[in-house]
Structure formats: structure tokens, C-alpha cells
Design a protein around this ligand. Structure first.
Ligand code: TTP
Ligand code: MG
Length: 583
């Protein structure tokens, strides 16, 4: 996307705030001549009312001068408020839009984009985009307009004096250009480093437990120090260019002033220049150099804003959202679940599921077993379309998954994940996921069925107990129970359960066992099982190895098989169970 295209897209966001835009444009146009007229008034005051003494006229002019000054100040105030309000409003809209879009993106996007990068887009990049509206666009136009009016009045007052002043201009333009390019490069480095730093911080604060358990603080800190150093260096480089540029502009403007005074004073003596002009010209010069000094910077800000805008649009243009063309959006999801020659890969290269075909009849339970990494979690991620399959088809109740509206599909299928994720908030909020239609009575009833009620009543504040981020102030077993209640509350037609691998004490085990039985009761269920008790109650067992189905059948059938995978798992289980009391 070219800068111009980005600008065009950004400008579209102005539409709801048209009146603010036009008001500030109007102010910009009005301020330019007012700003330029002040030196002109001084010029007249000196020549017409001081050199030829006219006290009354001088008073009148002074009052006019004050009025213009006052109006100009009021307009500047209004201009700043308006442009910034517009910027903030537009960014507010954009931020919501970007976040909603991120929420709708497929998991495969998140697999390859660090969380920190996403937060940088939503927070830092958008803040930079803000400057396009608050400091870019109109402000640049206002500066250029002001520059042109000042130049016009200068030429009108004295062509020769103006030309003398402009002798240094080429040097100024060159300096501005070099500055602009240098700062741009360092700006880009700063932005890249910010994104890196965010991603690093995010990851290592999320993983703080692991960092501390392995006493890796020093290594992590030293890695951070490196990133921090590059970030600081990038900032310092930027500061260096500013530190050089501004004094250079000062020198150039002083030189201009020097030339002007030198030539102007001679002109006064020779009667070519009036005293008023000589007094007014330094004022013109100040008004000429002021925008030039900031323009280079503002162009950069605009350009950076556009670069950031480009990145934000990249997210908005990311079409990795679930293509939802499904029409079926009501009724129940009752019927057989059928996989036909399904192949799937996360990255488009290594297939983690190969030619998987099976059928689960309505209301039955399927237990999936297999060693770690064999593809169990992957199979279930396909059923509610978290990922798209590469080959084959998946059908529920005689319809392809794609025929179902995604929201409907996901509402009818409850998935309890291997690693339970709880949000900061109360127990109740975590069970209902902030669905206000679910009442406390229903929550309590579901908790009783699952067998979680008793545990929750022991928490201070019971259902209103506030969980910390990720539910870290609960035990693993408690977290799991909450996630079971969450699933039951959906009253799904299909239940998918990825049993946690962690082994719990016997009491919690039996509570969870009871909960699982309640969950899978009367509905089609797919359970990735690590507990033999769960597996034994299943109608079918599927054994996976390297993404392929190696065994499928009733538990008794598979046990009868010589050298079967399930049989060997079963035997190992009993051995371990005997050796480790309490398991
Ligand atoms: P899983 O389907 O996660 O394996 P699993 O659920 O059978 O293992 P476990 O018992 O330990 O829970 O992974 C299968 C393969 O897919 C594995 O090689 C890792 C890969 N994979 C990805 O590439 N990206 C992912 O997001 C996941 C979940 C797995
Ligand atoms: Mg798994």
C-alpha cells in the first residue's frame, strides 16, 4: 500500500467528524493572514504614527494589534482542541474496529503473531496514527498557508529585503531534508524496537513462573537489557538529529537576520527602506522560520503515522477470519458425527492428521487415546472450526460443517480444553462468560450436578469470589471444575473434553470422574482420555498414532486384540496404578 493509499483510507474515517474537520480547516485558513498581519501592523505603526507623531492613531493601531492578537490566540486554542478531538475520536473508532477484527481472526493467525505485536498494533501504532490527524494533515496545511501569506506580505513590503532574507533558504531546505531523512530512519528503528520490547515483555511476564522456577531471571534480564539498549540507542540517535538540527536552523535564521539588518540599515540611510520595514522584517522572519523549523518534523510525524496506519490496515485487511457462509443457525445439532478422509496441517506443510475417517453415532461417547503429539487435540479443534481442514470432510447430522453458521455451531458444541483458561473476574462470571441471561440459580444447579457447589461454597464470597488473572488463585482441580460447569451451562448437543494430563489426588479424581460422567450423559461426546475410568465407559475407542487412526472399536473388542495399542496402554495403566498408590 502506498502512503497515498493509506492516507486516502485514513481520511475516510474523518467522515463522522466532518464538521470538526471543516471547522479546523476554516480556522487554519483564517489564522494564516492574521498571523502574518501583525508585523504589517507594526510596520504601519512605526512609519505612520511614530515617525510622524500621531498619538491618537497609534492608540487605535495598538488596540487593533491587541484585538488581532487576542482573536489569534483564541483561534489557536480552538484549533488545537478541534484537531486533537478529531484525532482521538477517529482513533477511538479505529481501535474498536481493529480489536473486533483481531477477535474474529483464526487461531492460525495467533499461532504466528506474538501477543506483544498485537498489543503494539492496538496501542502504540494507533497512537502514532493519531498524529496524522492532530499534527499532520491540517497542521501542515496551516503551516504552509501561513508561510505563503508571510512571504506574500514580505514581498509586498519590500522585494529586495525579502530576497536578502531568502539568501540562506537553500541551505535551510537542504538541512531540513537531511534531518527529515535521518529522523525517519531512526523513528522506524524506534518503532521496530518498541514492538520487539512489547513482545518480549509480554511473553516473559506471562511465563514468569517458569522464569523463576528455573532461576532464569538473570538471563532473561540480560536479554532484556540488550533489547532495551537497542531501543535506547534508537531513541538517542533520533535525539541527536534534533539536537543538531534546531541549532543549525537557529544559525541559518540568525544569518538571515544579519544579512537583512546589514542591508536594511544601509537602505534606511539611503532612503530605500523605511524604519517601519526594518522593525517589521525581523518579525516576518520569525514567522517564516518557525513553520520551516517544525515542518520537517511534522512531515515525519505524518509519514510515521502513515507507516503505522499501514500496519494497522494490514491487520484489518487480514482475511484469515473464519469464512462464515453457513445458513443453518437454529435447531439442535443432533445426529452422527462423521469424519471422511480428513487431513490437516497447522502450517500447510507437516500433516498432523492423515486420512482420518470415523463415525460417532448420536448420543454415543468416543474416547481418543494415543501418545503425546499423536494429534488428539488437533482432531477436536477441527470440529468447531477453530482450524480448517486441508482435505476430506467433516459432517454433523448429515450436513457439512461449513453449512452451519459458526456462532450457532460453537454454541451447540461445548469444548473443555486441556489447559483451562480462566479470566480475571468472579467465579460466576467465569462460568457464564458474562452471559447475563444465565441466572445464579442456574449456575448453582449446574454446579450441584457437576459436584462443584460444595467446593465453591468454601471459597470466600463463594460464587462472587474474585479470580486473579488466569485463575491463578485456584487449584488445578478447582479450575477444572469451573470449566466443567461452564460447559454444562451451555447445555450443548455435542461435548468435547480434552482431559488434563495432570494426575490429581484420589478424592479430586473421583469428583472429576463424576463430573465427566454428568457432562457426557445424554449427548454425543468426544473425550480425550487419560483416565482409564473414562475410557472404559466409552462406546468407542480410537487409538491414534502419528496422526493416523490405528485402532477403532468397542473397549472389549480392542482389549481382545493381541498387541493392540489400546491393550498395551491398558496394561501399562494397571501396572502404574498398582505401583503408585493413590493414583
Ligand atoms: P496435538 O494434537 O496437540 O497432540 P496431542 O493432543 O495428541 O498431544 P497431548 O497428549 O500431549 O495433548 O499435536 C499434534 C501435532 O501438532 C504436534 O506435533 C504438535 C503440532 N501442533 C502444532 O503445530 N500447532 C498447534 O497449535 C498444536 C496444538 C499442535
Ligand atoms: Mg492434547
Amino acid at each position: 500500500m502506498s502512503s497515498f493509499q493509506i492516507l486516502k483510507r485514513l481520511v475516510k474515517f474523518i467522515r463522522p467528524y466532518r464538521w470538526i474537520f471543516w471547522s479546523s480547516a476554516f480556522l487554519a485558513i483564517a489564522m494564516a493572514p492574521l498571523n502574518a498581519i501583525l508585523p504589517y501592523l507594526t510596520n504601519i505603526m512605526v512609519d505612520e504614527h511614530i515617525m510622524k507623531p500621531d498619538l491618537h492613531g497609534l492608540k487605535v493601531m495598538a488596540i487593533w494589534y491587541l484585538i488581532v492578537l487576542f482573536v489569534l490566540t483564541a483561534m489557536r486554542y480552538g484549533f488545537t482542541i478541534l484537531t486533537n478531538t478529531m484525532g482521538q475520536q477517529i482513533i477511538f473508532d479505529l481501535r474498536n474496529k481493529v480489536y473486533s477484527h483481531i477477535l474474529s481472526l483464526r487461531l492460525s493467525y495467533f499461532d504466528k503473531t506474538p501477543i506483544g505485536t498485537n498489543t503494539t498494533r492496538v496501542i502504540n501504532d494507533l497512537e502514532t496514527v493519531n498524529s496524522v490527524f492532530s499534527e499532520g494533515l491540517i497542521t501542515i496545511a496551516a503551516d504552509i498557508l501561513s508561510l505563503l501569506t508571510v512571504l506574500f506580505l514580505m514581498f509586498w513590503t519590500s522585494v529586495k529585503l525579502t530576497l536578502i532574507c531568502l539568501v540562506t533558504f537553500p541551505v535551510l531546505l537542504l538541512a531540513s531534508y537531511v534531518f527529515k531523512e535521518k529522523v525517519k530512519a531512526s523513528f522506524q528503528r524506534v518503532r521496530t524496537q518498541v514492538a520487539r520490547m512489547n513482545a518480549f515483555l509480554q511473553e516473559h511476564i506471562s511465563g514468569i513462573k517458569t522464569v523463576q522456577i528455573f532461576a532464569a531471571e538473570q538471563r532473561v534480564a540480560s536479554k532484556f537489557k540488550d533489547i532495551n539498549k537497542e531501543y535506547t540507542q534508537a531513541n538517542l540517535d533520533g535525539i541527536f538529529y534534533y539536537a543538531v538540527f534546531f541549532p543549525v536552523v537557529e544559525i541559518i535564521s540568525a544569518a538571515s537576520l544579519g544579512f537583512m539588518v546589514w542591508w536594511g540599515a544601509q537602505g534606511v540611510l539611503e532612503g530605500l527602506v523605511t524604519i517601519g520595514q526594518l522593525v517589521a522584517f525581523p518579525m516576518y522572519l520569525a514567522r517564516l522560520f518557525q513553520p520551516v523549523r517544525t515542518l520537517a518534523d511534522k512531515f515525519n510525524t505524518l509519514q510515521m503515522g502513515l507507516v503505522a496506519g499501514g500496519r494497522v490496515f494490514e491487520i484489518l485487511d487480514n482475511a484469515e477470519t473464519a469464512k462464515d457462509s453457513g445458513q443453518i443457525r437454529s435447531g439442535k445439532l443432533k445426529g452422527d458425527i462423521v469424519f471422511q478422509n480428513v487431513s490437516f496441517s497447522y502450517n500447510g506443510e507437516t500433516e498432523v492428521l492423515k486420512d482420518v475417517s470415523f463415525k460417532l453415532e448420536e448420543g454415543k461417547t468416543l474416547a481418543i487415546v494415543g501418545s503425546t503429539g499423536s494429534g488428539k487435540t488437533s482432531i477436536i479443534s477441527l470440529i468447531n472450526r477453530l482450524y480448517e481442514i486441508d482435505k476430506g470432510s467433516i459432517q454433523i447430522a448429515g450436513h457439512d460443517l461449513k453449512e452451519y453458521n459458526i456462532e450457532f455451531l460453537r454454541n451447540r458444541i461445548a469444548v473443555v480444553l486441556q489447559d483451562v483458561f480462566l479470566f480475571q473476574g468472579t467465579v460466576m462470571e467465569n462460568m457464564t462468560l458474562k452471559n447475563n441471561r444465565i441466572t445464579l440459580e442456574e449456575v448453582i444447579e449446574a454446579s450441584r450436578i457437576i459436584g462443584a457447589h460444595e467446593y465453591i461454597m468454601k471459597l470466600p464470597g463463594d460464587y462472587h469470589y474474585v479470580l486473579a488473572e488466569r485463575g491463578s488463585n485456584l487449584s488445578v482441580g478447582q479450575r477444572q471444575l469451573i470449566s466443567f460447569v461452564r460447559a454444562l451451562l451451555c447445555n450443548p448437543d455435542v461435548l468435547i473434553l480434552d482431559e488434563a494430563t495432570s494426575s490429581l489426588d484420589t478424592e479430586t479424581e473421583s469428583v472429576l470422574q463424576h463430573a465427566i460422567e454428568k457432562l457426557i450423559e445424554k449427548r454425543s461426546s468426544i473425550v480425550i482420555a487419560h483416565r482409564l475410568s473414562t475410557i472404559q465407559h466409552a462406546d468407542h475407542i480410537m487409538a491414534l498414532e502419528n496422526g493416523r487412526i490405528v485402532e477403532f472399536g468397542k473397549p472389549s473388542e480392542l482389549l481382545a486384540k493381541e498387541d493392540g495399542l489400546y491393550k498395551s496402554l491398558y496394561e501399562t495403566y494397571f501396572q502404574t496404578a498398582e505401583e503408585t498408590p493413590g493414583y
